[in-house]
Design a binder for this molecule. Sequence first.
Ligand code: DQA
Length: 144
Amino acid sequence: MKVLYLNGPNLNMLGVREPSIYGTLSLADIEQKVKKKASQSGIEVEFRQSNHEGVLVDWIQQALGQFDAIVLNAGAYTHTSVAIRDAIKGTGIPTVEIHLSNVFSREDFRHKSYLSPVCIGVICGFGAESYSLALDAIANFKKK
Ligand code: DQA
């Protein structure tokens, strides 16, 4: 099984950016942890990050036929992007929405996700662990 991890704007700043909210691990640290766990289950994982909405849309479209599932932390685009939502819906690739922080305990504008309705599920609030939990979620979903 191949899983594509997509990361949106400002997630390249993890470790530096608001560590009290997002923790001290960098995206590269998280990637390493997820890849270690994935290899134990024979799952292939690829990580990408972009600050650009259209690039994320391109990657979702290009994942069709290449990846079995997507794990998506769209960052702030979660709360604004109809284009990313349409790309997920359009490809039909099972996608798990994730967030490091518990978006529901934060500002009101973070309570709305354009993506949740077209994702198979949402994991948020567990810090870097949200990334690893998504791998379990995908593995279980695929077993069904
Ligand atoms: C985030 C939550 C978003 O509201 C925010 O814009 C981010 C990160 C998270 O992982 O907690 O950039 O997706």
